[in-house]
Write a protein that binds this ligand. Structure first.
Ligand SMILES: *[C@@H]1O[C@H](CO)[C@@H](O)[C@H](O)[C@H]1NC(C)=O
Ligand SMILES: *[C@@H]1O[C@H](CO)[C@@H](O)[C@H](O)[C@H]1NC(C)=O
Ligand SMILES: *[C@@H]1O[C@H](CO)[C@@H](O)[C@H](O)[C@H]1NC(C)=O
Ligand SMILES: *[C@@H]1O[C@H](CO)[C@@H](O)[C@H](O)[C@H]1NC(C)=O
Ligand SMILES: *[C@@H]1O[C@H](CO)[C@@H](O)[C@H](O)[C@H]1NC(C)=O
Ligand SMILES: *[C@@H]1O[C@H](CO)[C@@H](O)[C@H](O)[C@H]1NC(C)=O
Length: 264
């Protein structure tokens, strides 16, 4: 692939006339990483957010900017917290430190709710895909636009899978560790502290990114999705509410999702 691309550039420059042809194509470094995972068992580019050491690379920064552009404040904070909680889970476990690609995890966690964008004519959502698939497709487009050569097809696919399956834990928890950890970090944000994410760590993170608006934001988003594309709720945890919405469309506004948190 890379070779034939270079060959094309070479042929193109050989047959064209002018300054560009004389200069030739820009030299590429001899070695460009391609599909190399970023592991946290050795030093990696990092920053500290809410007391948690996390990966800090251009694509992770862009993911935060991109998701901020397409999320409400509440949903943005949820995605950042999910990333931080997942990072805590990874850091606490040697197997995970040795094997989870923390850049894949970061991008997936930070972008996982792009499908929750409720702005009219949003470029990241559709009426014909369930929200998880909207998010997965938008994330792939994001990576195609912004990622460097180390983002090969496999790493990109892992982000796609992690986002598409983040609510389907009966499948996601049997997939690659990056897929599992994306989902597990999100679960901590809904379920609260546990054995690994202690009370102290949980509160340290929610002090910086308060979660008081999470339930309301989730409720509002699910109601919006049920109202705008009920047929795309049928094979996920929104199904009971989507069905009710269709059956009782005229009673718009009566939808209650009080028990939805049992299913997340
Ligand atoms: C974080 O970055 C600093 C400064 O580059 C480096 O010294 C340190 O080893 C890094 N920490 C991790 C956990 O990679
Ligand atoms: C976020 O939005 C700003 C303002 O519209 C824009 O300049 C920037 O390029 C966007 N960032 C990304 C990553 O899409
Ligand atoms: C660490 O993570 C691995 C992979 O998910 C898991 O099998 C193992 O039980 C974990 N170890 C601990 C101590 O939780
Ligand atoms: C964590 O906080 C909850 C309530 O805020 C409390 O019930 C629980 O005992 C605390 N756990 C630990 C380990 O401190
Ligand atoms: C629709 O509303 C009626 C009346 O409130 C209720 O009995 C019925 O169960 C609802 N349908 C569904 C699918 O929830
Ligand atoms: C969700 O919103 C509906 C409609 O506004 C409301 O009746 C219900 O109590 C809300 N549930 C939660 C958990 O906030």
């Amino acid at each position: 692939m890379q070779f034939s691309k270079n060959l094309c550039l070479l042929l193109a420059s050989a047959t064209s006339i002018g300054a560009a042809a004389v200069a030739g194509p820009a030299r590429r470094p001899y070695y460009e990483p391609h599909g190399v995972p970023v592991l946290s068992n050795k030093p990696y580019p990092n920053t500290t957010i809410a007391g948690i050491t996390v990966i800090d690379t251009p694509i992770v920064r862009l993911a935060r900017e991109f998701t901020r552009n397409h999320s409400t404040e509440a949903v943005y904070k949820h995605q950042v917290r999910s990333w931080l909680f997942g990072s805590v889970l990874i850091a606490a476990n040697e197997t995970l430190r040795n094997s989870v690609d923390i850049e894949v995890h970061a991008v997936a966690a930070i972008l996982h709710d792009l499908g929750w964008d409720t702005t009219p004519n949003s470029p990241v959502t559709t009426l014909d895909h369930r929200f998880e698939v909207d998010g997965a497709i938008a994330s792939r487009k994001f990576l195609e636009q912004y990622a460097d050569s180390n983002w090969d097809a496999r790493r990109t696919q892992l982000v796609w899978d992690a986002i598409a399956l983040h609510t389907t834990r009966t499948i996601g928890y049997y997939k690659e560790l990056e897929v599992q950890l994306t989902s597990m970090g999100i679960a901590v944000d809904y379920d609260g502290p546990g054995a690994v994410v202690t009370n102290e760590t949980f509160h340290q993170i929610t002090a910086e990114y308060p979660n008081f608006d999470l339930k309301q934001a989730t409720n509002d988003t699910f109601i919006f999705i049920c109202a705008t594309k009920p047929a795309q709720t049928y094979d996920n945890q929104l199904q009971p509410w989507g069905e009710r919405y269709v059956a009782n469309y005229s009673t718009k506004g009566n939808l209650r999702i009080d028990h939805i948190f049992d299913h997340l």
